[in-house]
Design a protein around this ligand. Structure first.
Ligand SMILES: Cc1cc2nc3c(=O)[nH]c(=O)nc-3n(C[C@H](O)[C@H](O)[C@H](O)COP(=O)(O)OP(=O)(O)OC[C@H]3O[C@@H](n4cnc5c(N)ncnc54)[C@H](O)[C@@H]3O)c2cc1C
Length: 585
């Protein structure tokens, strides 16, 4: 109930001067019915949302984004001081350094995605804290409001609708956007590697192409195209993904798709040197290692992307079946359109304390922000380690402001803020596949320091990231994972039944056996129907004809029409081993 009490109606519409050029969609009553029930008949329909806080309510921190920066900030916010309201089109955080490993099944998707409710539990149960699945579409800095629009991911459940949230403190952590350099066709035909759904799409396409290329009738040329995986961008992400692909080819394709193993190739296209931020020695190592594992390195610039081929600036056509685009990031259109001071490169400009100077109570962290020129500091790299540390720093700063009574809008402006944010680079890591990685512990490209490559580096790389992922898997997730096969098997399917005899043969069609959920015993067998269970179907019914077929083949009855008069030994007998089902964990 508190939730609805707290959803104060705004009487104004979206006609304020906002700091964004984003145009909210026309507003209708239909869009706000979840937030208010009193607007019917009024001339100007009110816009729903969370109104300004009043004592004794806690001051409200509004966070835009659920990436490295926003999540680390939310984790550190003292919820006894503040209510936290998070707005993001994504309800989970993505552990990006391990995303490439999920594309080829080295890791599962859920192991790199962390639900927001686990990072900051207050948003699930505190009466004044919320997570809203929405995009921020604009800011009204004068009235301390953010304008948002719900995200429905193309589903027809509800039309998107607009709402507003008043903030006491606003943290913009909306990240960056993949750079396409305006090249035609990239957005339409290439897959970016930034979200879990991208990794899913890559995996789906890779497996589909492997299957399709094995179907009779596909020409050699088409097979080569379908199985040509092209990665554009030789930064750490492009290199790591190429390494993962070459591992997948050596590990899985050579074992499970031997018919097409000679057709599959990985090409990495980069306009300059690969891994340009790494030590020269490491770059040479990475080049040698990738080439050794079959990755073709091409120096070139992409001019045009078409559905089945890319065209390089020298006119070369590169046919592809899978195209992954990873050429770095730049400011998103949301940030570009915002009327806030900008740092060199177009990010939101911040001062030494990560405040946006001309907009009171607004802070910006992570890939969307950069130091203003006036600070004399360089723009920090678009890295998780920067975003995470900015989030941690700002949480501590906001807690301090809140504790000293400056948490409400306009408060804390003249407070002594303490030490400014200082970034110390801890080094860079990248894996190149085949259990090899690079670890560059230098502070900067010009500085001296330790840089190592090889298996030890890979071990450091994997440990550094996996320890961070594994500890986050709850007992529940692990048990669920273990039970998933059983649970899947317990689902019942109603399908057309194929009748079989005691040996699972389809009597009327010589040489054909049937197994699985869709079969039933012939009446003449006098056996009851078997339950649709994994233990019946997949496991034991599958095993029986295999033994039978092997025996028939050994005795010379393997060809069509053979084995019909052979003695078939014991018929299939099913013994039920018991049942399991998840009731509650
Ligand atoms: C595949 C891959 C591998 C990487 N590997 C490494 C690595 O090994 N080491 C490293 O240091 N860095 C790595 N990075 C970079 C690192 O992930 C980024 O620097 C980091 O994610 C930046 O964090 P952020 O919070 O600023 O932005 P993001 O993590 O991009 O999060 C931005 C958030 O804002 C949300 N958002 C966007 N627009 C809006 C809006 N209008 N309103 C509300 N919310 C919005 C997004 O949905 C998202 O939740 C990698 C990146 C990728 C893609």
């Amino acid at each position: 109930m508190y939730r609805f009490k707290n959803l104060t109606r705004f009487t104004s519409r979206f006609n304020h001067q906002t700091t964004s050029k984003f145009t909210p969609t026309p507003f209708s009553l239909q869009h706000i019915h979840r937030f208010t029930t009193t607007a019917a008949g009024s001339a100007a329909p009110p816009v729903a949302g969370l109104g300004p806080t009043k004592k004794p309510d806690k001051p409200r921190v509004v966070v835009l984004g659920t990436g490295w920066a926003g999540c680390r900030l939310m984790k550190g916010i003292d919820t006894s001081i503040y209510d936290v309201v998070c707005v993001s089109p994504r309800n989970h955080m993505v552990f990006t350094p391990l995303l490439a490993s999920t594309c080829v099944g080295t890791l599962e998707f859920r192991s790199v995605a962390e639900p927001i409710g686990r990072i900051q539990p207050a948003i699930s149960h505190e009466p004044g804290s919320f997570f809203f699945l929405a995009n921020c579409t604009g800011l009204d800095t004068k009235n301390h409001e953010v304008h948002c629009q719900t995200v429905t991911d193309g589903l027809q459940t509800l039309d998107p609708w607009d709402f507003k949230i008043s903030y006491d403190k606003l943290v913009i952590a909306s990240g960056a956007e993949a750079s396409t350099f305006g090249i035609k066709g990239v957005k339409e035909h290439a897959i970016f590697l930034r979200e879990v759904h991208h990794a899913q799409e890559i995996r789906r396409k890779l497996l589909l192409n492997l299957m399709l290329s094995d179907v009779p009738g596909v020409s050699d040329e088409e097979k080569r195209r379908l199985l040509h995986c092209v990665v554009v961008g030789g930064g750490p992400t492009g290199v790591e993904f190429s390494g993962e692909l070459s591992d997948f080819i050596m590990r899985d394709v050579h074992q499970r798709y031997t018919h097409v193993q000679d057709y599959i190739h990985v090409t990495l296209i980069e306009a300059n040197d690969i891994l340009s931020s790494f030590d020269d020695r490491l770059r040479v190592y990475a080049t040698t290692q990738l080439t050794k594992t079959g990755v073709r390195l091409v120096r070139g610039t992409v001019k045009d992307v078409q559905p089945k081929k890319i065209v390089l600036s020298d006119g070369t056509d590169v046919p592809y079946g899978l195209l992954v685009w990873s050429t770095g990031v730049g400011p998103s259109s949301f940030v570009r359109d915002m009327d806030l001071p900008k740092a060199p490169g177009g990010r939101i400009g911040v001062d030494d304390w990560l405040r946006v100077p001309s907009a009171p109570d607004i802070f910006a962290i992570g890939d969307c922000s950069g130091y203003l020129e006036s600070t004399g500091k360089p723009t920090l790299p678009a890295l998780a380690q920067v975003a995470e540390r900015e989030g941690k720093y700002l949480a501590a700063l906001l807690n301090k402001i809140g504790k000293e009574g400056g948490g409400y809008a306009g408060g804390g402006g003249d407070m002594e803020l303490g030490a400014p944010f200082v970034y110390k680079h801890l080094g860079s890591m990248a894996t190149v596949g085949s259990y090899k990685a690079l670890v560059d512990l230098r502070q900067s490209k010009e500085a001296k320091g330790l840089s190592i490559a090889g298996f030890t580096s890979w071990f450091i790389w994997r440990s550094a990231y996996l320890t961070r992922v594994v500890y986050r898997l709850s007992f529940r997730s692990l048990v669920l994972l273990a039970l998933v096969i059983v649970k899947y098997g317990v689902q019942t399917y109603i399908l057309i039944m194929i009748k079989v005899d005691d040996w699972l043969r389809v009597p009327s069609v010589p040489g054909i056996f049937a197994i699985g959920d869709y079969i039933g015993y012939l009446k003449s067998t006098r056996k009851p129907a078997l339950p649709a269970l994994a233990q019946v179907m997949a496991e034991r019914e599958g095993k029986h004809p295999t033994t039978l077929l092997n025996k028939t083949g050994k005795e010379g009855g393997g060809y069509a029409g053979g084995g019909g008069d052979m003695v078939l030994d014991i018929p299939f007998v099913y013994k039920h081993l018991g049942s399991m089902a998840i009731v509650k964990l």
